[in-house]
Design a protein around this ligand. Structure first.
Ligand code: CA
Length: 344
């Protein structure tokens, strides 16, 4: 570890926050490092904030790899409103009762009835620089498995539950995450106040995976002008496709459904139409609900021309149910900040 050769002013010796989200595979790992403990017994508190500027649905475990010992106390927090308000997501401590007044629990012990509980776990705090124990997790997969089966073999059941339970959807949705590092690893002995420089936090990698939340009304999520946003279809608009376009309020906005997997259903016949009295290209309105199109026209309003396969280059896509697997992202946070007043 670089107790003596760290220097934020020299690029080769600096350890800025970006090194937590760079490409891994370099030896040795690149890592962010906090300032060292300066004033004992005042705690060494560092906040790491990750912001996407958009709603994200987490799909895999969050894995944080420490190059220092794993902290003896920390809290993972989440925000659903771009950092205006924060809620704890999970507490981590060597001693949960002592640190947070909470009984120690494991994510593996949660049940379908208690899946939304915010727990304190002692799983990831013990061991000072054990080589195999560098990671701290927030367990998404074991929570999914409560509904989708041990190997997530029944994804339909999981998504059915997500479709119908807003609290469950919200639980896995974030716009920002914040890691509040409250006490560094100090090892088996008591803190040595004369040698505080050996206590600090260092993280080499943050693995966070999820998908853009587009309410199943987009096939793509793009980064534009430093901003993630859904490319909305089905006459919807907004960063998350959460409302109807102007002039398309004939039916109320409705979120799509995750089912059937893997593509989901956009519920296009029930969302954001303009009463569908204006079918184009000779299409006929049926039950005031959808346009019956004459070939070769297709689309919600028969507005698109679809050539037959092999008839040349002209293939105009009809609106399709969104395949939300296309929205999967390896979530490099768009903004990552450490507030320890100058990372080393
Ligand atoms: Ca790294």
């Amino acid at each position: 570890m670089c107790n003596n050769e760290c220097d934020a002013r020299t690029p080769e010796l600096a350890h800025p926050p970006e090194l937590m989200v760079d490409d891994e595979g370099r030896v040795p790992n690149t890592f962010w490092q906090s300032v060292s403990w300066r004033q004992f017994p005042e705690p060494l508190v560092v906040n790491l904030t990750l912001s996407w500027g958009k709603s994200i649905e987490l799909t895999e475990d969050i894995v944080i790899t420490f190059e220092s010992g794993r902290p003896e106390q920390m809290v993972l927090e989440k925000s659903l409103d771009h950092g205006h308000t924060w809620q704890p997501y999970q507490f981590y401590a060597v001693d949960c009762l002592n640190s947070f007044g909470m009984e120690s629990r494991r994510a593996q012990d949660l049940t379908a009835a208690s899946v939304l509980d915010i727990i304190c776990t002692e799983e990831y705090s013990r061991g000072y620089v054990w080589k195999l124990e560098k990671t701290v997790r927030f367990e998404i997969q074991v929570r999914f498995a409560l509904f989708g089966g041990p190997q997530l073999s029944d994804m339909a059941s999981l998504y059915s539950r997500l479709d119908t339970t807003k609290e469950l959807r919200d639980f896995f949705t974030v716009t920002d995450l914040r890691l509040r590092l409250l006490r560094p690893a100090t090892g088996p002995t008591s803190v040595d106040p004369l040698n505080l420089s050996k206590y600090f936090y260092a993280i080499s990698n943050l693995d966070i995976r999820g998908r853009c939340k587009c309410h199943l009304h987009a096939n793509n999520c793009i980064l534009e002008n430093g901003r993630l946003s859904c490319q909305c279809e089905h006459n919807t608009t907004g960063q998350d496709c959460g409302s109807c376009n102007n002039g398309f309020h004939g039916r109320p906005w409705t979120a799509g459904s995750y089912l059937p997997i893997p593509k989901g259903t956009a519920n296009v016949s029930r969302v954001c139409d303009n009463v569908l009295t204006r079918c184009e290209n000779g299409g006929v309105c049926e039950d005031n609900g959808r346009c019956l199109c004459h070939p070769p026209y297709t689309g919600l309003l028969c507005e698109k021309h679809q050539c037959k396969k092999g008839a040349g280059a002209c293939v105009s896509q009809s609106p399709q149910d969104p395949s939300f697997t296309h929205l999967l992202l390896s979530l490099t946070a768009l903004l990552i900040t450490a507030n320890d007043h100058g990372a080393l």
